[in-house]
Design a protein around this ligand. Structure first.
Ligand SMILES: Nc1ncnc2c1ncn2[C@@H]1O[C@H](COP(=O)(O)OP(=O)(O)OP(=O)(O)O)[C@@H](O)[C@H]1O
Ligand SMILES: [Mg+2]
Length: 260
């Protein structure tokens, strides 16, 4: 069945998902082509669960999800594989294969999902690594890299197939402020360079506001506020105010007293 509206590359309608308790309780969300939407929400609110329903890793109990016009729940296994080929995915945990070099990590999707020969694999991996400023480390292994370099390798791998759509789950978690800023630049650059449509979860609020075209707040299982960064910043919605307030308080606790 056709999606209810056009030109959204990712769309969720009435998505419910419960485990031992309800997590998603009727999520509606559209991500328009060429835009970055950042999902906000407290820890445990279901952001990762939502991303997993988009890629078909979790099946909604109710509701529907479309990716580039295909209803995810209606796809056969080969259809899902084709859909995954359009997607770049950057998950927080287990991002890299520890036993593979940087080069082989980035080559992995090309070798698995395309018929590219060795020369083409080399060309595309080198281009992806160069775009992340990683040309010099292709022979190293993940254990030999800093956290920020690992993230950039994971980026290169997520984007090496030049996907139209990318999902980022906490791409800046655990990074120091300069590396966080660098990754934010990568997200913005990749969108411009590849015309990407992106759905991201980003815990760091300033980074979220910086990279997002639209922000959506997941609260009590639903998207309770959605809009441009300016609209969300000015929103009077109690859940938005509470979320931003909580974040400011936590930052104040972390910052040294009297600083800056
Ligand atoms: N496979 C699963 N089986 C059972 N419960 C799960 C499963 N996946 C997630 N949950 C539960 O769903 C809820 C939402 O988890 P989720 O990981 O989506 O939160 P989140 O918003 O991504 O949090 P964080 O900001 O900490 O990453 C949690 O209570 C979690 O324990
Ligand atoms: Mg999560």
């Amino acid at each position: 069945m056709a999606p209810p509206a056009s030109h959204a590359l990712i769309e969720l309608e009435g998505v419910h998902k419960a485990f031992d308790r309800p997590v998603l309780r009727g999520v509606d969300l559209r991500v328009a082509e060429g835009t970055t939407c950042v999902l906000l929400g407290k820890s445990g609110s279901g952001k990762t669960v939502l991303l997993k329903t988009v890629i078909g890793l979790l099946k909604p109990d109710q509701g529907r999800v479309w990716v580039d016009g295909d209803e995810v729940g209606a796809l056969s296994a080969p259809g899902l594989t084709l859909m995954h080929a359009k997607l770049g995915i950057l998950f927080q945990a287990g991002a890299l294969f520890d036993s593979l070099s940087v080069f082989d990590n980035v080559a992995f999707p090309l070798r698995e999902r395309t018929r590219a020969g060795p020369a083409e694999v080399r060309r595309r991996v080198r281009a992806a690594l160069d775009s992340m400023g990683l040309g010099a480390v292709e022979r190293l292994f993940p254990a030999e890299l800093s956290g920020g370099m690992k993230k950039r390798v994971a980026f290169a791998r997520a984007l090496v197939l030049e996907p139209r759509i990318v999902l980022y789950d906490e791409p800046t978690a655990g990074l120091d402020p300069p590396t966080t800023a660098r990754v934010a630049d990568l997200i913005v650059d990749a969108k411009k360079r590849l015309g990407l449509t992106a759905l991201a979860t980003i815990y760091d609020v300033p980074t979220a506001f910086r990279v997002a075209d639209r922000l959506a707040l997941l609260d009590e299982g639903r998207i309770v506020a959605e809009g441009t960064p300016d609209e969300v910043r000015r929103s009077a919605h109690p859940a938005v105010r509470a979320f931003l307030h909580r974040w400011l308080e936590r930052e104040a606790e972390r910052a040294p007293a009297g600083g800056g």
